[in-house]
Design a protein around this ligand. Structure first.
Ligand SMILES: [Zn+2]
Length: 230
């Protein structure tokens, strides 16, 4: 009976793939099988000194870094991120975070990460959007890898302006030292995996990661859902 009802409902309100807009079939969730196959995976896990790690050379002493998908202008991952950030589809974050966790689990488990933190949004943006997309990605990743996630480990201390059109050094000045750690969580001697949605210049992760590395013997690794390329 429930299946019958669902079929009737979907006849009028079909569930749509967030990647290509075609109706989802039974058994498909968030994205269709075709989009799932076409996700532009980076396979950075199989590359020593992968491009994300290289991006942070000389900037941030990290243990390991990786990204799940390439982010290209007008590409599939850009469409998914757009839906995730601006169209209220927070469930995309969990879904892709889970897939990411599942697919790189074996290499991340070797790193002995103690827990996961997400790059925070400014409170005014949370208010506007209703959620932090990086938290959603982190929840999915955590559930696939069983590495615990602490949602409020880091917070932003001041508003940052829209950064997209600024030059790199301006952008960096804009956000430097604008993060602080939740004093209620002890991360001394801990290995933290910091999760973000998209890496472009790496400036946000750099500033955020520095706040973690100020803590005695804390170690840092980085994972982003997407890695921007031209
Ligand atoms: Zn699709």
């Amino acid at each position: 009976m429930r299946e019958y009802l669902r079929d009737i409902i979907e006849l009028f309100y079909p569930r749509i793939c967030c990647g290509c807009g075609t109706p989802l079939l039974n058994g498909e969730d968030i994205i269709c099988l075709n989009c799932h196959i076409k996700l532009p995976r980076t396979e950075f896990e199989f590359q020593p000194e992968n491009p994300v790690e290289k991006l942070f050379w000389g900037r941030l002493p990290i243990q390991h870094a990786s990204s799940f998908l390439y982010f290209r202008k007008n590409g599939l991952s850009q469409r998914l991120i757009h839906q995730l950030k601006y169209k209220g589809h927070f469930e995309i974050g969990y879904h892709l975070g889970y897939l990411f966790g599942q697919e790189i689990k074996s290499s991340f488990l070797k790193l002995n990460i103690d827990f996961i933190a997400a790059v925070p949004l400014h409170p005014s943006k949370i208010k506007q959007r209703g959620y932090n997309q990086s938290d959603e990605i982190a929840k999915g990743f955590s559930s696939a890898t069983e590495i615990p996630f602490f949602p409020n480990l880091i917070r932003r201390t001041e508003s940052t302006e829209t950064q997209t059109k600024k030059k790199r050094y301006h952008r960096w000045e804009n956000i430097e030292n604008k993060f602080e750690l939740n004093p209620g969580i002890d991360i001394q001697n801990k290995h933290i995996l910091l999760i973000d949605d998209v890496i472009t210049t790496g400036a946000t992760l750099e500033a955020c990661g520095k706040s973690i590395l100020e803590i005695k013997k804390a170690q840092l690794s980085i994972a982003s859902l997407c890695f921007a390329i031209n």
